[in-house]
Design a protein around this ligand. Structure first.
Ligand code: PLP
Length: 255
């Protein structure tokens, strides 16, 4: 099957089971998030739950939209674009899409057409490509807002797994802040493999405090996934990106 066959959300047959599954798991994650906010003495309205729908069909996104979700995370342009199109045809075109996965420069132009935000910006060249993509999308009349950009930082300096080294964070953040059409939203990170998430997010929070001194409006902190959202909330996350706990195990593993 091709992505183009994804539908905007007709409910038929086995979809009833899927709806029940998603309802139950979304509720559980929402309660987890509330508990995490309570434990951290934080206002729950300060943390967005971003369901990560990568590798799942547009029909799942449509169900989650019915259940009140309005923001979704995707990690590959080719996989996301058909879902964006399918949801646009659904009533009330009010969904925001977040690109959270590694982004190649040659996909920047396409992503600039549908993404509200990109969480994975980790090079000056990508900043440049996104700026041009947004300019182009504006000229084509397919976007009228700035692109919200989170700079992804590599906490262990192993930049093969994505993220800028902390030594280059300043330069990339400044470039985003100066680029027309891009707004510096804040920072994003994924804890290094085998690391203690609590220590990793404490480190990230320190980098965020440091960034806020030069960019006071970059208040966003995209941190926390299925396995570590509590630790992320404790250290100031404003957006948790949750896939597995809501949608179940992914049908295909990420490259
Ligand atoms: C897939 C993905 C997630 C979601 O991970 P889960 O462990 O399934 O919640 C979050 N962030 C990024 C960058 C991802 O690629």
């Amino acid at each position: 099957m091709t992505g183009g066959e994804a539908t905007g959300g007709g409910v038929a047959g086995g979809d009833t089971d899927r709806r029940a599954y998603l309802t139950e798991h979304l509720d559980a994650v929402r309660s987890r998030l509330l508990d995490a906010c309570r434990a951290a003495d934080r206002d729950p309205s300060g943390v967005t739950l971003l369901p990560v729908t990568k590798f799942f069909p547009a029909s799942d996104v449509a169900i989650l939209r019915d259940l009140g979700c309005r923001e979704f995370g995707e990690s590959r342009e080719q996989d996301a674009a058909p879902k964006v199109t399918a949801l646009r045809e659904a009533p009330g075109d009010d969904v925001r899409w977040h690109m959270i996965g590694h982004l190649q420069r040659n996909k920047a132009r396409a992503v600039a057409q549908w993404a509200y935000a990109v969480h994975s910006v980790d090079s000056l060249r990508l900043v440049d490509a996104l700026q041009r993509g947004v300019d182009r999308a504006r000229e084509d009349g397919v976007r009228d807002t700035d692109l919200e950009v989170y700079v992804q930082v590599s906490l262990d300096g192993d930049t093969h797994r994505g993220g800028v080294d902390r030594g280059e964070l300043d330069a990339v953040a400044d470039a985003v802040a100066q680029a027309s059409g891009l707004t510096l939203a804040g920072l994003m990170a994924v804890p290094p493999l085998e690391s203690d998430p609590d220590a990793a997010f404490a480190d990230l929070a320190g980098l965020h405090q440091w960034l806020l001194r030069s960019h006071p409006s970059a208040t966003g902190l995209s941190a926390g996934m299925t396995g570590d959202l509590e630790e992320a909330v404790r250290h100031g996350s404003t957006c948790v990106r949750v896939g597995t706990a809501i949608l179940g195990p992914r049908p295909v593993t990420s490259p």
